[in-house]
Ligand binder design. Structure first.
Ligand code: SF4
Length: 449
Protein backbone atom coordinates (compact mmCIF):
# COMPACT_ATOMS: atom_id res chain seq x y z
CA UNK A 1 0.00 0.00 0.00
CA UNK A 2 1.61 3.32 -0.98
CA UNK A 3 2.32 5.76 1.84
CA UNK A 4 0.62 9.15 1.98
CA UNK A 5 2.62 12.37 1.90
CA UNK A 6 2.19 12.81 5.67
CA UNK A 7 3.32 9.25 6.39
CA UNK A 8 6.43 9.83 4.28
CA UNK A 9 7.02 13.17 6.01
CA UNK A 10 7.20 11.41 9.37
CA UNK A 11 10.13 9.36 8.04
CA UNK A 12 12.11 12.39 6.80
CA UNK A 13 14.67 14.40 8.92
CA UNK A 14 12.33 17.46 9.16
CA UNK A 15 15.18 19.97 9.11
CA UNK A 16 13.92 21.85 6.04
CA UNK A 17 17.50 22.24 4.81
CA UNK A 18 16.32 22.56 1.16
CA UNK A 19 19.15 20.43 -0.25
CA UNK A 20 16.62 18.25 -2.04
CA UNK A 21 15.51 21.24 -4.08
CA UNK A 22 12.25 21.71 -2.18
CA UNK A 23 11.60 24.43 0.42
CA UNK A 24 10.52 22.01 3.16
CA UNK A 25 10.64 18.33 4.04
CA UNK A 26 6.85 18.31 3.79
CA UNK A 27 6.92 19.65 0.22
CA UNK A 28 9.47 16.95 -0.66
CA UNK A 29 7.28 14.28 0.98
CA UNK A 30 4.27 15.38 -1.05
CA UNK A 31 6.30 15.15 -4.26
CA UNK A 32 7.56 11.69 -3.27
CA UNK A 33 4.00 10.53 -2.62
CA UNK A 34 3.02 11.80 -6.08
CA UNK A 35 6.07 9.98 -7.53
CA UNK A 36 7.40 13.31 -8.83
CA UNK A 37 10.67 13.15 -6.86
CA UNK A 38 13.33 10.57 -6.03
CA UNK A 39 14.20 9.67 -2.45
CA UNK A 40 17.90 9.92 -3.34
CA UNK A 41 17.48 13.70 -3.62
CA UNK A 42 17.59 13.89 0.19
CA UNK A 43 21.08 13.01 1.48
CA UNK A 44 19.93 12.74 5.09
CA UNK A 45 17.36 9.94 5.00
CA UNK A 46 18.16 7.24 7.56
CA UNK A 47 18.60 3.60 6.56
CA UNK A 48 15.43 2.68 8.47
CA UNK A 49 13.43 5.28 6.59
CA UNK A 50 14.88 4.08 3.28
CA UNK A 51 13.85 0.50 4.05
CA UNK A 52 10.34 1.57 5.08
CA UNK A 53 9.88 3.69 1.99
CA UNK A 54 11.23 0.99 -0.33
CA UNK A 55 8.86 -1.58 1.17
CA UNK A 56 5.94 0.81 0.74
CA UNK A 57 6.93 1.44 -2.87
CA UNK A 58 6.94 -2.29 -3.75
CA UNK A 59 3.84 -3.36 -5.67
CA UNK A 60 1.26 -5.21 -3.53
CA UNK A 61 1.19 -8.07 -6.05
CA UNK A 62 4.60 -8.99 -7.38
CA UNK A 63 5.11 -8.96 -11.14
CA UNK A 64 6.08 -12.43 -12.37
CA UNK A 65 7.26 -13.20 -15.89
CA UNK A 66 7.86 -16.43 -17.78
CA UNK A 67 9.23 -16.37 -21.29
CA UNK A 68 10.48 -18.27 -24.28
CA UNK A 69 12.16 -16.93 -27.38
CA UNK A 70 10.83 -13.41 -26.98
CA UNK A 71 7.28 -14.52 -26.08
CA UNK A 72 6.47 -13.50 -22.56
CA UNK A 73 3.65 -13.85 -20.04
CA UNK A 74 3.75 -11.16 -17.36
CA UNK A 75 1.24 -11.31 -14.53
CA UNK A 76 0.76 -9.48 -11.24
CA UNK A 77 1.27 -5.81 -10.37
CA UNK A 78 -2.49 -5.33 -10.14
CA UNK A 79 -3.66 -2.46 -7.97
CA UNK A 80 -7.46 -2.70 -7.77
CA UNK A 81 -10.13 -5.23 -6.86
CA UNK A 82 -12.49 -4.11 -9.57
CA UNK A 83 -11.70 -3.13 -13.12
CA UNK A 84 -13.95 -0.05 -13.01
CA UNK A 85 -11.87 1.41 -10.14
CA UNK A 86 -8.95 1.90 -12.51
CA UNK A 87 -7.93 -0.95 -14.81
CA UNK A 88 -6.45 -4.45 -14.74
CA UNK A 89 -2.95 -4.37 -16.16
CA UNK A 90 -1.59 -7.85 -16.87
CA UNK A 91 -3.92 -10.28 -18.54
CA UNK A 92 -3.72 -13.90 -17.36
CA UNK A 93 -1.84 -16.39 -19.49
CA UNK A 94 -4.11 -19.02 -21.05
CA UNK A 95 -2.04 -22.20 -21.26
CA UNK A 96 -2.92 -25.64 -22.57
CA UNK A 97 -1.89 -28.66 -20.49
CA UNK A 98 -0.33 -31.70 -22.15
CA UNK A 99 0.87 -34.79 -20.27
CA UNK A 100 3.88 -36.95 -20.97
CA UNK A 101 1.67 -40.05 -20.77
CA UNK A 102 -0.34 -39.04 -23.84
CA UNK A 103 0.48 -40.99 -27.03
CA UNK A 104 3.18 -39.04 -28.85
CA UNK A 105 1.12 -38.30 -31.99
CA UNK A 106 -1.85 -37.06 -29.95
CA UNK A 107 0.53 -34.98 -27.79
CA UNK A 108 2.14 -33.38 -30.86
CA UNK A 109 -1.22 -32.83 -32.50
CA UNK A 110 -2.59 -30.91 -29.50
CA UNK A 111 0.53 -28.77 -29.22
CA UNK A 112 0.60 -28.04 -32.95
CA UNK A 113 -3.09 -27.10 -33.15
CA UNK A 114 -2.96 -24.89 -30.07
CA UNK A 115 0.30 -23.23 -31.08
CA UNK A 116 -0.99 -22.47 -34.58
CA UNK A 117 -4.32 -21.13 -33.36
CA UNK A 118 -4.70 -17.44 -34.01
CA UNK A 119 -7.73 -15.24 -34.36
CA UNK A 120 -8.01 -11.56 -35.18
CA UNK A 121 -10.31 -9.34 -33.19
CA UNK A 122 -10.52 -5.56 -33.34
CA UNK A 123 -7.25 -5.56 -35.25
CA UNK A 124 -5.41 -7.60 -32.63
CA UNK A 125 -4.03 -11.10 -33.02
CA UNK A 126 -5.19 -13.35 -30.17
CA UNK A 127 -3.30 -16.58 -29.50
CA UNK A 128 -2.76 -19.26 -26.86
CA UNK A 129 -0.21 -17.96 -24.32
CA UNK A 130 1.78 -21.14 -23.69
CA UNK A 131 1.76 -24.74 -22.53
CA UNK A 132 1.84 -26.57 -19.23
CA UNK A 133 3.69 -29.86 -19.59
CA UNK A 134 2.95 -32.40 -16.87
CA UNK A 135 5.23 -35.21 -15.78
CA UNK A 136 2.33 -37.65 -15.33
CA UNK A 137 4.59 -40.61 -16.14
CA UNK A 138 6.90 -39.84 -13.22
CA UNK A 139 9.83 -40.59 -15.51
CA UNK A 140 12.34 -37.67 -15.77
CA UNK A 141 13.70 -38.83 -19.15
CA UNK A 142 10.22 -39.05 -20.75
CA UNK A 143 9.30 -35.68 -19.27
CA UNK A 144 12.46 -34.04 -20.65
CA UNK A 145 11.80 -35.53 -24.09
CA UNK A 146 8.24 -34.22 -24.16
CA UNK A 147 9.34 -30.75 -23.05
CA UNK A 148 11.85 -30.81 -25.89
CA UNK A 149 9.06 -31.82 -28.27
CA UNK A 150 6.89 -28.91 -27.18
CA UNK A 151 9.80 -26.51 -27.56
CA UNK A 152 10.51 -27.81 -31.07
CA UNK A 153 6.90 -27.25 -32.14
CA UNK A 154 5.89 -24.12 -30.30
CA UNK A 155 8.59 -22.31 -28.37
CA UNK A 156 6.01 -20.59 -26.17
CA UNK A 157 6.32 -19.94 -22.42
CA UNK A 158 5.98 -23.08 -20.31
CA UNK A 159 4.77 -24.26 -16.95
CA UNK A 160 6.62 -27.42 -15.95
CA UNK A 161 4.48 -29.62 -13.72
CA UNK A 162 6.12 -32.24 -11.55
CA UNK A 163 6.47 -33.01 -7.88
CA UNK A 164 9.89 -34.42 -8.57
CA UNK A 165 12.75 -31.88 -8.63
CA UNK A 166 14.91 -34.35 -10.59
CA UNK A 167 12.33 -34.49 -13.38
CA UNK A 168 12.15 -30.69 -13.46
CA UNK A 169 15.93 -30.50 -13.60
CA UNK A 170 15.98 -32.90 -16.59
CA UNK A 171 13.35 -30.80 -18.39
CA UNK A 172 15.12 -27.52 -17.60
CA UNK A 173 18.18 -28.86 -19.44
CA UNK A 174 16.11 -28.79 -22.65
CA UNK A 175 14.95 -25.21 -22.32
CA UNK A 176 17.78 -23.20 -23.78
CA UNK A 177 17.28 -19.70 -22.39
CA UNK A 178 13.56 -19.95 -21.59
CA UNK A 179 12.19 -18.99 -18.20
CA UNK A 180 9.43 -21.44 -17.17
CA UNK A 181 7.24 -21.54 -14.10
CA UNK A 182 8.09 -24.53 -11.92
CA UNK A 183 5.00 -26.19 -10.44
CA UNK A 184 4.87 -26.84 -7.52
CA UNK A 185 6.39 -26.67 -4.07
CA UNK A 186 4.21 -28.23 -1.37
CA UNK A 187 4.60 -29.28 2.26
CA UNK A 188 6.60 -32.34 1.24
CA UNK A 189 9.04 -31.07 -1.36
CA UNK A 190 9.41 -27.32 -0.81
CA UNK A 191 13.05 -27.37 0.22
CA UNK A 192 14.27 -29.17 -2.90
CA UNK A 193 11.93 -27.15 -5.11
CA UNK A 194 13.07 -23.86 -3.61
CA UNK A 195 16.69 -24.88 -4.10
CA UNK A 196 16.01 -25.70 -7.75
CA UNK A 197 14.13 -22.45 -8.41
CA UNK A 198 16.77 -20.40 -6.65
CA UNK A 199 19.60 -22.10 -8.54
CA UNK A 200 18.05 -21.30 -11.94
CA UNK A 201 16.36 -18.01 -11.00
CA UNK A 202 12.96 -19.35 -12.13
CA UNK A 203 9.58 -18.51 -10.61
CA UNK A 204 8.15 -21.23 -8.39
CA UNK A 205 4.51 -22.07 -7.75
CA UNK A 206 3.64 -22.86 -4.14
CA UNK A 207 0.65 -25.12 -3.65
CA UNK A 208 -1.60 -25.07 -0.60
CA UNK A 209 -4.47 -27.35 0.30
CA UNK A 210 -7.26 -24.81 0.65
CA UNK A 211 -6.00 -23.16 3.84
CA UNK A 212 -4.60 -19.69 3.11
CA UNK A 213 -2.82 -19.40 6.47
CA UNK A 214 -0.92 -22.63 5.74
CA UNK A 215 -0.18 -21.40 2.21
CA UNK A 216 1.25 -18.15 3.61
CA UNK A 217 3.49 -20.15 5.98
CA UNK A 218 4.75 -22.23 3.09
CA UNK A 219 5.40 -19.08 1.04
CA UNK A 220 7.41 -17.67 3.93
CA UNK A 221 9.59 -20.78 4.05
CA UNK A 222 10.15 -20.66 0.30
CA UNK A 223 10.98 -16.95 0.49
CA UNK A 224 13.42 -17.55 3.32
CA UNK A 225 15.08 -20.16 1.13
CA UNK A 226 15.89 -17.37 -1.34
CA UNK A 227 13.03 -17.56 -3.90
CA UNK A 228 11.59 -14.14 -4.75
CA UNK A 229 9.36 -14.94 -7.72
CA UNK A 230 6.43 -16.94 -6.40
CA UNK A 231 3.07 -17.95 -7.84
CA UNK A 232 0.27 -19.16 -5.58
CA UNK A 233 -1.97 -22.17 -5.98
CA UNK A 234 -4.41 -22.08 -3.07
CA UNK A 235 -5.34 -25.70 -3.81
CA UNK A 236 -9.06 -24.95 -4.13
CA UNK A 237 -10.77 -26.32 -7.22
CA UNK A 238 -14.57 -26.01 -6.97
CA UNK A 239 -16.12 -22.83 -8.45
CA UNK A 240 -17.21 -21.42 -5.09
CA UNK A 241 -14.06 -22.30 -3.15
CA UNK A 242 -11.84 -20.94 -5.91
CA UNK A 243 -13.79 -17.70 -6.12
CA UNK A 244 -13.55 -17.27 -2.36
CA UNK A 245 -9.84 -18.07 -2.12
CA UNK A 246 -8.82 -15.94 -5.12
CA UNK A 247 -10.88 -13.01 -3.83
CA UNK A 248 -9.41 -13.35 -0.34
CA UNK A 249 -5.88 -13.48 -1.76
CA UNK A 250 -6.48 -10.35 -3.82
CA UNK A 251 -8.08 -8.51 -0.91
CA UNK A 252 -5.34 -9.47 1.54
CA UNK A 253 -2.66 -8.32 -0.92
CA UNK A 254 -4.30 -5.04 -1.88
CA UNK A 255 -6.24 -3.98 1.18
CA UNK A 256 -4.09 -5.41 3.98
CA UNK A 257 -0.74 -5.25 2.20
CA UNK A 258 -0.20 -8.87 3.26
CA UNK A 259 3.07 -9.56 1.50
CA UNK A 260 3.06 -13.34 1.88
CA UNK A 261 0.04 -13.58 -0.43
CA UNK A 262 1.09 -10.68 -2.68
CA UNK A 263 1.71 -12.89 -5.71
CA UNK A 264 -0.19 -13.93 -8.86
CA UNK A 265 -2.28 -17.10 -8.75
CA UNK A 266 -2.30 -20.16 -10.99
CA UNK A 267 -5.57 -22.05 -11.57
CA UNK A 268 -6.61 -25.36 -13.13
CA UNK A 269 -10.28 -24.97 -14.08
CA UNK A 270 -10.44 -28.49 -15.56
CA UNK A 271 -9.76 -29.98 -12.13
CA UNK A 272 -12.89 -28.39 -10.70
CA UNK A 273 -15.15 -29.14 -13.66
CA UNK A 274 -17.32 -32.12 -14.53
CA UNK A 275 -17.21 -31.40 -18.27
CA UNK A 276 -15.34 -29.41 -20.88
CA UNK A 277 -18.13 -26.83 -20.91
CA UNK A 278 -17.82 -26.39 -17.15
CA UNK A 279 -14.06 -25.99 -17.51
CA UNK A 280 -14.62 -23.08 -19.90
CA UNK A 281 -17.15 -21.48 -17.54
CA UNK A 282 -14.67 -21.79 -14.67
CA UNK A 283 -11.83 -20.42 -16.78
CA UNK A 284 -14.04 -17.42 -17.57
CA UNK A 285 -14.57 -16.94 -13.84
CA UNK A 286 -10.82 -17.07 -13.28
CA UNK A 287 -10.19 -14.50 -16.01
CA UNK A 288 -12.54 -12.09 -14.26
CA UNK A 289 -11.40 -12.93 -10.71
CA UNK A 290 -8.33 -13.16 -10.31
CA UNK A 291 -6.02 -15.67 -11.96
CA UNK A 292 -2.55 -14.95 -13.35
CA UNK A 293 -2.00 -18.28 -15.13
CA UNK A 294 -4.93 -20.44 -16.25
CA UNK A 295 -4.07 -23.99 -17.25
CA UNK A 296 -6.70 -25.57 -19.51
CA UNK A 297 -7.04 -29.33 -19.99
CA UNK A 298 -8.68 -29.02 -23.39
CA UNK A 299 -7.90 -27.05 -26.49
CA UNK A 300 -10.80 -26.32 -28.80
CA UNK A 301 -10.94 -23.21 -31.03
CA UNK A 302 -14.67 -22.93 -30.31
CA UNK A 303 -14.01 -22.40 -26.61
CA UNK A 304 -10.62 -20.70 -26.85
CA UNK A 305 -12.08 -17.85 -28.89
CA UNK A 306 -14.62 -16.69 -26.28
CA UNK A 307 -12.02 -16.99 -23.53
CA UNK A 308 -9.52 -14.88 -25.48
CA UNK A 309 -12.24 -12.34 -26.25
CA UNK A 310 -13.37 -12.17 -22.64
CA UNK A 311 -9.78 -11.68 -21.52
CA UNK A 312 -9.31 -8.90 -24.05
CA UNK A 313 -12.47 -7.17 -22.85
CA UNK A 314 -11.66 -7.47 -19.14
CA UNK A 315 -8.08 -6.32 -19.59
CA UNK A 316 -8.83 -3.33 -21.80
CA UNK A 317 -8.52 -0.09 -19.87
CA UNK A 318 -12.14 1.12 -19.54
CA UNK A 319 -10.89 4.69 -19.74
CA UNK A 320 -8.94 4.05 -22.94
CA UNK A 321 -11.06 2.15 -25.44
CA UNK A 322 -9.17 0.52 -28.27
CA UNK A 323 -9.18 3.08 -31.02
CA UNK A 324 -8.57 3.24 -34.74
CA UNK A 325 -6.53 5.97 -36.33
CA UNK A 326 -8.99 8.55 -37.72
CA UNK A 327 -8.78 8.95 -41.50
CA UNK A 328 -10.26 7.80 -44.75
CA UNK A 329 -10.05 4.06 -45.35
CA UNK A 330 -10.36 2.34 -48.72
CA UNK A 331 -12.23 -0.89 -49.43
CA UNK A 332 -11.84 -2.76 -52.72
CA UNK A 333 -10.08 -0.11 -54.84
CA UNK A 334 -12.73 2.62 -54.66
CA UNK A 335 -13.08 5.14 -57.47
CA UNK A 336 -14.23 8.79 -57.21
CA UNK A 337 -17.77 7.50 -57.84
CA UNK A 338 -17.70 4.98 -54.99
CA UNK A 339 -19.91 5.53 -51.93
CA UNK A 340 -18.59 7.35 -48.89
CA UNK A 341 -19.65 6.12 -45.46
CA UNK A 342 -18.69 7.44 -42.09
CA UNK A 343 -18.37 5.97 -38.61
CA UNK A 344 -16.53 6.46 -35.33
CA UNK A 345 -13.04 5.32 -34.37
CA UNK A 346 -14.10 2.90 -31.59
CA UNK A 347 -12.31 -0.21 -32.84
CA UNK A 348 -15.23 -2.58 -32.28
CA UNK A 349 -17.48 -0.24 -34.28
CA UNK A 350 -14.87 0.15 -36.99
CA UNK A 351 -14.30 -3.59 -37.39
CA UNK A 352 -18.03 -4.31 -37.44
CA UNK A 353 -18.55 -1.73 -40.18
CA UNK A 354 -15.36 -2.61 -42.08
CA UNK A 355 -16.22 -6.31 -42.07
CA UNK A 356 -19.66 -5.66 -43.54
CA UNK A 357 -18.33 -3.20 -46.16
CA UNK A 358 -15.87 -5.91 -47.20
CA UNK A 359 -18.66 -8.49 -47.27
CA UNK A 360 -20.66 -6.26 -49.57
CA UNK A 361 -17.99 -6.54 -52.26
CA UNK A 362 -18.76 -2.97 -53.30
CA UNK A 363 -15.71 -0.66 -53.44
CA UNK A 364 -16.24 2.12 -50.92
CA UNK A 365 -14.63 4.86 -48.85
CA UNK A 366 -15.01 4.88 -45.07
CA UNK A 367 -14.38 8.10 -43.17
CA UNK A 368 -13.37 7.15 -39.62
CA UNK A 369 -13.96 10.15 -37.36
CA UNK A 370 -12.08 10.91 -34.18
CA UNK A 371 -14.76 10.16 -31.56
CA UNK A 372 -12.25 9.56 -28.75
CA UNK A 373 -12.79 5.84 -29.16
CA UNK A 374 -16.53 5.89 -28.48
CA UNK A 375 -19.20 3.93 -30.30
CA UNK A 376 -21.72 5.76 -32.49
CA UNK A 377 -24.51 6.56 -30.04
CA UNK A 378 -22.20 7.18 -27.07
CA UNK A 379 -20.04 9.49 -29.17
CA UNK A 380 -23.09 11.36 -30.46
CA UNK A 381 -24.40 11.81 -26.90
CA UNK A 382 -20.97 13.08 -25.80
CA UNK A 383 -20.70 15.50 -28.73
CA UNK A 384 -17.86 13.53 -30.27
CA UNK A 385 -19.75 12.41 -33.37
CA UNK A 386 -22.00 15.28 -34.30
CA UNK A 387 -22.37 17.30 -37.49
CA UNK A 388 -19.52 19.62 -36.57
CA UNK A 389 -17.08 16.75 -35.92
CA UNK A 390 -17.97 14.91 -39.13
CA UNK A 391 -17.70 18.09 -41.22
CA UNK A 392 -14.32 18.82 -39.63
CA UNK A 393 -13.10 15.31 -40.52
CA UNK A 394 -14.35 15.66 -44.12
CA UNK A 395 -12.20 18.78 -44.43
CA UNK A 396 -9.22 17.50 -42.44
CA UNK A 397 -8.85 14.39 -44.61
CA UNK A 398 -9.55 16.19 -47.92
CA UNK A 399 -12.41 13.84 -48.68
CA UNK A 400 -13.71 16.12 -51.46
CA UNK A 401 -10.48 15.51 -53.41
CA UNK A 402 -11.07 11.76 -53.47
CA UNK A 403 -14.68 11.57 -54.61
CA UNK A 404 -16.53 13.22 -57.49
CA UNK A 405 -20.01 13.08 -55.94
CA UNK A 406 -20.99 14.97 -52.80
CA UNK A 407 -22.88 12.31 -50.87
CA UNK A 408 -22.00 11.04 -47.40
CA UNK A 409 -23.72 8.12 -45.67
CA UNK A 410 -24.11 8.50 -41.90
CA UNK A 411 -25.06 5.66 -39.53
CA UNK A 412 -28.82 5.24 -39.12
CA UNK A 413 -28.41 5.61 -35.35
CA UNK A 414 -27.56 9.30 -35.81
CA UNK A 415 -30.17 10.10 -38.47
CA UNK A 416 -31.12 13.10 -36.34
CA UNK A 417 -27.95 15.00 -37.35
CA UNK A 418 -28.52 14.76 -41.11
CA UNK A 419 -30.01 18.28 -41.42
CA UNK A 420 -27.28 19.86 -39.30
CA UNK A 421 -24.60 18.07 -41.30
CA UNK A 422 -26.00 19.42 -44.56
CA UNK A 423 -25.70 22.89 -43.02
CA UNK A 424 -22.10 22.19 -42.01
CA UNK A 425 -21.28 20.78 -45.46
CA UNK A 426 -22.95 23.10 -48.00
CA UNK A 427 -23.49 21.38 -51.36
CA UNK A 428 -23.40 17.87 -49.84
CA UNK A 429 -26.24 15.42 -49.66
CA UNK A 430 -26.41 13.51 -46.39
CA UNK A 431 -27.84 10.01 -46.71
CA UNK A 432 -28.99 8.01 -43.72
CA UNK A 433 -27.53 4.49 -43.81
CA UNK A 434 -28.54 1.39 -41.86
CA UNK A 435 -28.80 1.40 -38.07
CA UNK A 436 -26.96 -1.91 -37.84
CA UNK A 437 -23.67 -2.78 -39.55
CA UNK A 438 -25.10 -6.13 -40.64
CA UNK A 439 -27.44 -4.29 -43.05
CA UNK A 440 -24.61 -2.44 -44.82
CA UNK A 441 -24.12 -5.01 -47.65
CA UNK A 442 -27.76 -4.79 -48.73
CA UNK A 443 -27.59 -0.99 -48.52
CA UNK A 444 -24.44 -0.78 -50.63
CA UNK A 445 -25.87 -3.11 -53.24
CA UNK A 446 -28.82 -0.71 -53.61
CA UNK A 447 -26.32 2.11 -54.09
CA UNK A 448 -24.66 0.07 -56.85
CA UNK A 449 -27.96 -0.25 -58.66
FE1 SF4 B 1 14.19 17.75 4.28
FE2 SF4 B 1 15.98 16.10 3.18
FE3 SF4 B 1 14.87 18.02 1.70
FE4 SF4 B 1 16.59 18.63 3.63
S1 SF4 B 1 17.04 17.46 1.80
S2 SF4 B 1 14.63 19.62 3.17
S3 SF4 B 1 16.13 17.09 5.15
S4 SF4 B 1 13.84 16.31 2.64
Amino acid sequence: MPLSGLEIYKLLPKTNCKECGFPTCLAFAMKLAAKQAELTACPYVSEEAKAALAAAAAPPIRLIAISSDGRKIEVGNETVMFRHEKTFYHEPGLLVRVKDTQPLEEFKDTVTKAANYSVERVGMELTVSGFAVENASGDPAVFAERVETVKAIANLPLVLISKNPAALEAAIAKLDGSVPLLYAADEDNWQAMAELAEKHGFPLAVRGEGDLAALANLVEQVKNAGVEDIVLDPGTRSPVDTLISLTQIRRLALKKNFRLLGYPVITFPGEGAASEAEEVALAAQHIAKYAGFIVLDHFDPATMYPLLTLRLNIYTDPQKPIQMEPGIYEFGDPTPESPLLTTTNFSLTYFSVAGEVENAGVPAWLLVCDSEGMSVLTAWAAGNFDAEVIAKMVKQFNVADKISHRKIVIPGLVAVISGELEEELPGWEVLVGPREAVDIPAYLKLWQN
